[in-house]
Design a protein around this ligand. Structure first.
Ligand code: AMP
Ligand code: MG
Length: 286
């Protein structure tokens, strides 16, 4: 008899926030929920996920090319050095580049600000068949905007509902929205910033302004807690991914995407032509 494989608990479910109030301090940023192995095993496991991820992505892409409407949007949020870029490299690298749409959001231009905070987000939504990955997102407009007082309290207040409506419509139009907060500790951030200063090949990633953001750590955690709670909807729930261990973070995001794609029941699109006839025509052609 074949060895029965122990059923793995769903990483997606394990990391999805419950609908009650959020306390980030209760989430251990060094934990590895859903994975019992060590770093080497985590890296090996990530490699093993690659084949199936690539296969499912190709199916999604094929559907998009054949009139399918579905897509996936992965929203990555987190403090500086939490690994949003690292996820893009490690997990994005598992996919065929033509099926992935990566976008990092910096401070909006004056024109973008005039058009409303969701305008530039809409321009970057994944087309049918694509997997979109956002490094920062519309959530900055209730995070940095709140902490830095970039907009009035009344304006920010309205944005949570606007975000929920926007995401609900997006999901309704066929995009699965996966929102992941990469959760690191301030100690881990200090290590990572120091590592950047120790390595001239990483100076380009260092921004003296990050220290001012770091000084506002409690304010940012609070702003995150509010956003995670108010925008943790049925249509688009929030996940908190412990991110002090890079290998776990990468494995977790890959697992989340894999479970998401598996849940889409992605079949290869049938050809809209007569296969036998085409074979005959081709065989008889000179
Ligand atoms: P980085 O991700 O390190 O390249 O930094 C991007 C910067 O853009 C961060 O300091 C963000 O806070 C900032 N940013 C992104 N979106 C917004 C926004 N909507 N409003 C203000 N600042 C933003
Ligand atoms: Mg930065």
């Amino acid at each position: 008899m074949a060895k029965t494989k122990k059923k793995q608990p769903s990483v997606l479910q394990t990391l999805t926030l419950p609908r009650r109030s959020v306390r980030l301090a209760d989430h251990d940023s060094r934990a590895t929920p859903g994975f019992s192995g060590d770093k080497a095993e985590g890296k090996a496991s990530l490699d093993e996920l690659g084949g199936e991820l690539a296969d499912l992505q190709e199916r999604l892409y094929a559907q998009g090319r054949s009139g399918g409407k579905r897509s996936v949007l992965l929203v990555l949020q987190g403090m500086d050095t939490s690994g949003k870029g690292g996820v893009m490299r490690h997990v994005g690298g598992l996919f065929d580049p033509q099926g992935v749409h990566l976008k990092a959001f910096g401070p909006p231009s004056a024109e973008e600000r005039r058009k409303g905070f969701l305008w530039r987000i809409r321009q970057q939504l994944p087309e049918p068949g694509r997997i979109g990955v956002f490094d920062r997102s519309h959530y900055e407009d209730v995070l940095v905007a709140r902490v830095r007082g970039l907009s009035s309290a009344a304006t920010i207040e309205k944005r949570y509902d606007a975000i929920n409506t926007f995401e609900e419509r997006l999901v309704g139009s066929g995009t699965i929205v996966v929102k992941a907060m990469l959760h690191i500790s301030p100690d881990e951030q200090k290590e990572r910033l120091l590592a950047r200063l120790d390595d001239p090949t990483k100076y380009w990633k260092y921004n003296p302004g990050d220290l001012q953001e770091r000084a506002l750590w409690p304010e940012y955690q609070k702003a995150y807690e509010i956003a995670l709670q108010r925008c943790n909807t049925k249509a688009a729930p929030w996940l908190v991914v412990p991110a002090d261990r890079k290998w776990y973070r990468n494995w977790a995001i890959a697992s989340i995407l894999l479970e998401t794609l598996r849940g889409m029941d992605l079949q290869w699109p049938p050809g809209d032509f007569d296969v036998d006839e085409q074979r005959r025509l081709l065989t008889e052609s000179p």
